[in-house]
Design a protein around this ligand. Structure first.
Ligand SMILES: [Zn+2]
Length: 349
């Protein structure tokens, strides 16, 4: 059997002080001219560190644009302004800037260097961009970043809730991979053993030591990056996204107050693990240890939104078999949302 081409990052740096070295990495790879797309409102000090590092290596910054929204329209607007001499697009900041940078790089055919300043989801290295198209959130095919540069010190200093969001997105791999296996048995969905194993393995590595310190950030960053790579390896979002993501997409589509992706996905992961009858205790313990539950409880979700999302979730992606396709899960899910000792504190009427 011939294999389609596998897309994985070429440059990977996960260490303290990496932001100052982006210029070195760019020069070594022949990126003499770059465009920087950064989060709107990023601390000036961080932007200056990146710029200084690039200038010190004679890497010309053709443009440095703030990204205000993660939308297809924003990427389309930026695309024609990218000068012909540009050799790479640098995405710097939070998920929105990275999603737009990856997509702009994809449109121009240029390599993208992804430099996250927080670890709130696995978008740092996935071959997809989560963008709104005419106001509706979509997952669009995008470029797998050429480079992933994670400054562990910078990410450690980011608000703790972003770290918790990253943990929520990470554990979703446990339910996603389980859904993938269900789909293999029930609907002949092809499974890529290596991608499934890679995705699963990264979660357990983090669970073994989920501390919010430099080493913890390094392990979480590595795990989220490898989740993105797992998608690139098999050319599908299956290793990183299952029914828990369907529930999250359904919540997004309801159009209420936008919440952090990983907080939403994390709660959905725990709920789905109860429906799948696997990994629930592991997930609950991790959320307890890291303060994930407390963060959600301090700003709970609306019960009615979750019931509506659960009704819509099974039909969101056509031909995508998950535990939600296996039976009518709604009555069980409603019961868990009301009576489970963790879930009942995550929702308000
Ligand atoms: Zn996700």
């Amino acid at each position: 059997m011939t294999r389609t081409q596998i897309h994985i990052p070429t440059l990977v740096r996960i260490k303290a002080g990496a932001v100052d070295r982006v210029g070195i990495y760019a020069r070594r790879n022949g990126f003499s001219h770059v465009v920087v797309l950064h989060s709107d409102g990023l601390p000036q000090e961080l932007l200056e560190r990146l710029n200084e590092g690039l200038k010190a290596e004679d890497v010309a910054i053709m443009h440095s644009w703030p990204v205000k929204e993660a939308s297809f329209e924003q990427a389309r607007e930026l695309f024609p302004g990218i000068p012909a001499r540009t050799r790479a697009v640098v995405g710097f900041g939070g998920g929105k800037a990275l999603d737009v940078a990856k997509y702009t790089a994809f449109l121009t055919g240029l390599p993208c260097i992804s430099v996250p300043t927080s670890l709130s989801n696995d978008g740092i290295s996935s071959p997809q961009s989560s963008l709104t198209l005419e106001g509706r959130r979509k997952s669009l095919p995008s470029a797998m970043p050429f480079g992933i540069v994670i400054d562990t010190k910078v990410c450690l200093a980011a608000p703790e809730v972003l770290w918790l969001s990253g943990i929520g997105d990470l554990v979703s791999k446990l339910t996603a991979v389980f859904d993938w296996k269900l789909a293999f048995h029930a609907a002949d969905t092809p499974i890529d053993d290596f991608a499934a194993l890679l995705s699963d393995a990264t979660v357990f590595q983090f669970i073994a030591r989920p501390n919010h310190d430099l080493q913890g950030v390094q392990v979480l960053g590595t795990a989220l990056m490898l989740n993105g790579v797992a998608m690139g390896v098999c050319g599908s979002s299956r290793p990183a996204s299952g029914s828990e993501h369907l529930i999250s997409h359904a919540l997004d589509a309801l159009g209420g107050t936008p919440r952090l992706h990983g907080l939403q996905v994390g709660v959905a992961t725990y709920l789905v693990s109860l429906l799948q009858k696997q990994s629930s205790e592991t997930i609950a313990a991790l959320f307890e240890k890291t303060g994930f539950w407390r963060a959600v409880e301090s700003n709970p979700f609306r019960r009615a939104d979750w019931i509506e999302a659960l009704c819509r979730a099974p039909s969101i992606k056509e031909g995508f078999y998950t535990v939600l396709s296996s039976r009518d899960c709604l009555p069980e899910a409603e019961d868990y949302l009301r009576n489970d000792p963790f879930l009942r504190n995550c929702l308000v009427e």
